[in-house]
Design a protein around this ligand. Structure first.
Ligand SMILES: Cc1ncc(COP(=O)(O)O)c(C=O)c1O
Length: 413
């Protein structure tokens, strides 16, 4: 039905909501790739951030499906506690800290995936109008969540001229936001940074911890590790855990934990925000604040998902099965990473150090033009400022040489 507007306003939406963009550009690219593939064209679609089998279907873990099926129906149908079940929170904390000393000084709240955890960090550790600090390449929903909650995102240059992580830029960025707003919330998406694929090494983590500690002596600093892809990194990429303790008190350390990637279970929306602080009173305040935010947004999480993931984390036989199945997925992705690194080196592509993870970025001055030229060759990647993002998570190893050739040809135009 079409109507003629007969009143002085054009929309009932408030100004900010009336200006929202429509479809997500990544989903639009994916739709175009699928349309061309359905029309019979040979397409490589490296746009979407989910892990697929080589036949293009979603990779799932049978142990996770079994765990979901096993949850008693009446337990699943009941409301979850506002913070999430205590057994779930304990299981997440011990998954992160392996029962070490940090586990005894952590509190948590269940959230719908990592996204919910990021939301709670933004609304509880920044005042309206303030900005979180992150790398200049970052997962776009950081900006969506921040603007939606009337906060902002400020960035520092992630790589220096040698392509190394720019510690000095981080140091300056942190000083700048503290000088302006008297506090800081930092988002670090390592290991396996989306979109660049970069993982900080041990020496970089040590330097980051020292910078955080120094600034946190002057103003409140909450340092958040967005751990979404943690299980897909190398062993060294896990070394951040050793650097939490040196940052603590003065700084608060937060972890956005999610089952979406580590259990190949994006749909169940299971995650948690974990906060680590040595002071029991501060932990209690944070626990209360997180519970309040849960009540004020989604109330309680998906109970079926929480209970299934609890069993997968804590029931030994199920956990062993899940670990084995995940190891297979890590190998599947590792094969693609290996082919990419070999072919990209042969082609002389410029990209950050990449040892594992769902994505890698390839630097190119005009990313829109590069991505467009690649689409003409039937290869879909996501353009960003100064680089294109390649989702190896959804690209079979056999297609990686074609993808790299398309990158090489498009970048040379
Ligand atoms: C960098 C990053 N952080 C967090 C998330 C959160 O994902 P979810 O809310 O599905 O757990 C994602 C998902 O793509 C991500 O790429």
């Amino acid at each position: 039905m079409t109507t003629t507007v007969r009143h002085p306003w054009t929309t009932t939406l408030i100004d900010a909501s009336a200006q929202r963009p429509g479809d997500d550009p990544i989903f639009m690219l994916n739709a175009e790739a699928q349309k061309r593939a359905q029309a019979g064209e040979s397409i490589v679609n490296a746009t979407l951030g989910v892990l697929t089998e080589d036949d293009g279907t979603l990779a799932v873990m049978p142990s996770v499906l079994d765990a979901i099926a096993r949850v008693p129906v009446k337990k699943a149908a009941a409301y979850a506690p506002i913070h999430g079940d205590a057994v779930f929170l304990r299981a997440v904390i011990s998954d992160l800290f392996d029962g070490g000393p940090l586990a005894s000084i952590a509190v948590a709240a269940a959230t719908p995936g990592g996204t919910g955890a990021l939301h709670h960090a933004i609304v509880n550790f920044l005042e309206p109008g303030q900005a979180l600090l992150t790398t200049d390449y970052f997962w776009a929903p950081y900006h969506t969540i921040a603007t939606h909650t009337r906060r902002a995102v400020e960035t520092f240059e992630m790589f220096d001229a040698r392509g190394e992580f720019d510690l000095a830029a981080f140091d300056e960025g942190l000083a700048r936001v503290i000088a302006r707003q008297g506090r800081a919330l930092v988002f670090f998406n390592f290991p396996c940074h989306n979109p660049t694929g970069y993982s900080l090494g041990d020496a970089e983590w040590s330097a980051v911890a020292e910078i955080v500690r120094r600034h946190a002596q002057r103003a409140p600093v909450a340092f958040l590790v967005d751990d979404a892809y943690a299980r897909f990194g190398s062993n060294e990429s896990q070394s951040w855990l050793a650097h939490v303790e040196p940052m603590l008190d003065p700084a608060l350390v937060l972890v956005a934990w999610t089952a979406s990637k580590s259990f190949a279970q994006y749909g169940a929306r299971v995650g948690a925000l974990v906060a680590v602080h040595p002071d029991a009173k501060e932990r209690e305040r944070i626990h209360n604040a997180l519970g309040f935010s849960c009540r004020g947004t989604w109330s309680n999480c998906n109970h079926l998902g929480l209970l299934a993931i609890t069993d997968l984390l804590s029931e030994p036989t199920l956990k062993a099965r899940a670990d084995g199945e995940r190891a297979k997925l890590v190998r599947l992705l590792g094969e693609r990473v290996g082919v990419f690194n070999r072919e990209a080196a042969r082609a002389g592509l410029r990209h950050p150090r990449y040892e594992g993870g769902f994505f890698v970025s390839v630097f190119t001055p005009d990313a829109e033009a590069t991505a467009r030229a690649m689409r003409e060759l039937g290869v879909f990647v996501v353009p960003m400022k100064g680089a294109v993002r390649v989702a190896l998570c959804s690209t079979p190893a056999r297609d990686v040489p074609r993808l790299v050739q398309a990158l090489e040809r498009a970048a040379a135009r």
